[in-house]
Ligand binder design. Structure first.
Ligand code: UDP
Length: 425
């Protein structure tokens, strides 16, 4: 059995850069995952080079995030104004940039490739064959799962993506799933070989996201001390269903108008994707519901500020139609704020129903209003959940994620020439 130490990983993140601010456009949990896991891998002595597409003339060819973690900008297509939907046409250009980079060094620069999202998986597929190293792939989201759970106003994912994902599942030496549920979806929906699927939980940065005074956070954010604060954090897109929170808040105000002077609904994040994700979407929904006075829209915030928003909130609301994991739910709990989350996908792992938050079935605003009213009216119960939330998040650190990833890389390297790999053309 071939077993070498993992010295250097080529991480591929074609469509979004780890240097981007998460919470808007194409930047979200995947960006956070890549950076946090890479930093912890570097602490374990594994160097990580992240390949991403050059999206501005001003970016240097290589940017160091921290010693042992660097970002390599690859030119493929125009720097700006290229829609995610047009990226499949740039796969060849991007791949050639990746191969050219490696060719400038001695052969064997990378021990393993870790690709994120299907576009990068396609690049990893050919790089793996060229370099003779294993491909580890993380889907982050899956078209077939998304299409099964589509919001009413969302568009289905295109066939090209479905086919591309199927190919990557076939050629990858290891598939990393965030949860056992996702592992099962890979097997059931994509025909993944069970022995090649590894569950690795994502984590949360427990030094940034930690409990601290709610009053002080409210003061810093200019929120009244006696407010009932309901918080949404994330990209504004149909999949995340932030409108469910607004509709639930409107319902709460109809049922109990006396709440109005103290209710504050905060939405942190920016527009993303297709369809309803125009910048004014949330403001328009709030206006149409007659609740503009209680809604505060906040642009994407860096993680330190985000920690304050979580601390200031009474509950973080995650009404998504699907989440591969849901980092926002973990971050909120790490700050001691319980979560009301849709009972879907990774949120069932991230949140312990009745212990660190509440899992809600379906997306009926009336049901959500009932749940959120409990958070408003039962502070003692909320405090109990808050204690459970901190304990729940403490079990998910990025160091554990990185240690597991290092094991997965080593396993993939060890088995490289033992398992014949069938490639579907
Ligand atoms: N995020 C952020 N600033 C914002 C909104 C979100 O940094 O204003 C980050 C957030 O901290 C989290 C990530 O974006 O780490 C969102 O991850 P999640 O898994 O919840 O959703 P995804 O974007 O992957 O669908």
């Amino acid at each position: 059995m071939r077993r070498r130490r993992v010295n250097r990983v080529a991480t591929i993140s074609m469509h979004t850069s780890p240097l981007d601010q998460p919470g808007t456009g194409d930047a979200g949990g995947m960006n956070v995952y890549i950076v946090e896991a890479a930093k912890r891998l570097a602490q374990l002595g594994v160097e990580v080079e992240i390949f991403t597409r050059q999206t501005s003339r001003d970016l240097p060819p290589v940017a160091e995030i921290t010693p042992g973690v660097s970002v390599r900008h690859v030119t493929a297509g125009p720097y700006e104004e290229l829609d995610k939907g047009d990226l499949p046409g740039q796969l060849c250009g991007f791949l050639s940039g990746v191969l050219r980079t490696e060719a400038t060094y001695d052969p064997g620069r990378y021990d393993v490739i870790h690709s994120h999202y299907w576009l990068s998986g396609q690049v990893g597929w050919l790089a793996k064959e060229r370099w003779g190293v294993p491909l580890v792939h993380t889907m982050h989201t899956m078209a077939k799962v998304k299409n099964l759970l589509l919001a009413e106003d969302d568009r289905p994912e295109p066939t090209a993506r479905v086919l591309g994902e199927e190919q990557v599942v076939q050629v990858a030496d290891r598939l990393v799933a965030n949860t056992p549920t996702e592992a099962q979806e890979l097997i059931d929906l994509y025909g993944a070989v069970p022995g090649r699927v590894e569950v690795v939980n994502p984590g949360v940065n427990l030094s940034v996201f930690q409990p601290a005074s709610k009053g002080a956070a409210r003061h810093r954010l200019d929120l009244p001390q006696d407010a009932h604060v309901l918080l949404f954090v994330g990209r504004v897109q149909p999949l995340k269903a932030p409108d469910v929170l607004l509709r639930a808040a409107a319902r709460m105000l109809i049922d109990d108008p006396s709440l109005r002077p103290r209710l504050v609904v905060v939405c942190v994040g920016g527009p993303s994707g297709n369809g309803l994700a125009r910048p004014s979407y949330l403001t328009d929904v709030a206006a149409s519901l007659g609740i503009s006075d209680v809604v505060r829209i906040v642009p994407p915030a860096p993680q330190q500020e985000l920690a304050d928003w979580y601390r200031a909130a009474d509950v973080t609301v995650v009404p998504s139609h699907n989440e591969s994991f849901g980092l926002v739910a973990l971050e909120s709990q790490a700050c001691g704020t319980p979560v009301a989350a849709a009972s879907v996908g990774g949120l069932r792992t991230a949140v312990r129903d009745g212990v660190s938050g509440v899992l809600v079935e379906g997306h009926d605003p009336d049901d959500w209003a009932r749940v959120l009213s409990r958070f408003v009216h039962r502070p003692a119960w909320r405090d109990t959940l808050s204690t459970g939330a901190v304990a729940q998040a403490a079990a998910f650190g990025w160091s554990a994620t990185a240690a597991r990833l290092a094991e997965v890389y080593a396993g993939a390297m060890a088995n490289l020439y033992q398992t014949p790999i069938a490639v579907n053309s």
